[in-house]
Design a protein around this ligand. Structure first.
Ligand SMILES: Nc1ncnc2c1ncn2[C@@H]1O[C@H](COP(=O)(O)OP(=O)(O)OP(=O)(O)O)[C@@H](O)[C@H]1O
Length: 228
């Protein structure tokens, strides 16, 4: 079926992420003022800016953890910037998975257990075979029964990416995935995220201060933050 790329009342029908004139502050100067961006289904974008420029705040807005002062954010056509917390949580669970810089793997569970829990929380069925295939795809198949503390940093990061992808999100967000890595490993992680997102038909938003990632992305948005 051909999906029309025609706007209905300002909503782009085939946009994965649509941010329209969002303004936000924390009681001081505006961090975002009429900020807009669009990411098409399967699109990939780098969100780059120095510390304090608002990357985490924008992630929190896109995930519906925060409500903007004004403006609208839609994911796959569903508003996540308005409504009750439960409704915003439901939109996030349907569409978004985040790989946090701190990874946030559950230490009491094995790698496979972390994936199983993530799938269940997102309301998706994931069989042992689904989990094994995904871990193999990320090169950590033999670590399925390991606990997070038994993994190297790189393996733990791949486990966190697998945990995000098992929920089959339409949008994968990675927060500072390369900040502590040398050039070769930063390039490897960027390649991995771009390839996996593309293979899984998942949109990708990488938020970072790491300007080394700029050449890997066709589309980048620079955040400058408020002057100190
Ligand atoms: N809950 C909050 N209350 C008040 N101010 C906040 C809050 N969260 C963030 N800020 C402020 O908003 C600005 C942007 O912070 P944010 O964490 O979004 O930046 P960032 O680009 O992600 O930074 P970093 O790369 O250091 O994580 C900062 O000045 C920060 O102090």
């Amino acid at each position: 079926m051909l999906i029309r790329a025609v706007g209905l009342g300002g909503v782009s029908v085939n946009a994965l992420l649509q941010i329209d004139e969002v303004s936000h502050d924390f009681g001081g100067p505006a961090l975002f003022h009429n900020f807009s961006m669009t990411l098409p289904m399967g699109g990939q974008c780098l969100l780059v800016g120095p510390s304090g420029s608002g990357k985490s705040t924008l992630i929190n807005l896109i995930c519906g953890f925060l409500k903007p002062r004004s403006g609208e954010i839609r994911i796959a056509g569903e508003a996540i910037s308005q409504g009750a917390e439960a409704a915003r949580d439901a939109v996030r669970k349907r569409h978004v998975a985040v790989v946090f810089q701190s990874l946030r793997l559950v230490s009491a569970l094995s790698v496979a257990g972390n994936l199983q829990l993530a799938a269940r929380l997102a309301g998706r069925a994931a069989s042992q075979t689904d989990i094994a295939l995904l871990l193999d795809e990320l090169g950590i198949g033999e670590k399925a029964n390991a606990r997070p503390h038994q993994l190297s940093q790189g393996q733990a990061q791949r486990a966190a990416v697998a945990r995000a992808l098992i929920a089959r999100p339409s949008l994968l967000i990675a927060d500072e995935p390369t900040s502590a890595l040398d050039d070769a490993n930063a390039a490897r992680v960027a390649d991995m995220l771009l390839r996996l997102a593309s293979d899984h038909g998942t949109g990708l938003l990488v938020a970072t201060h790491d300007v080394r990632l700029r050449p890997f992305f066709d589309k980048a948005i620079a955040l400058e933050g408020v002057p100190a």
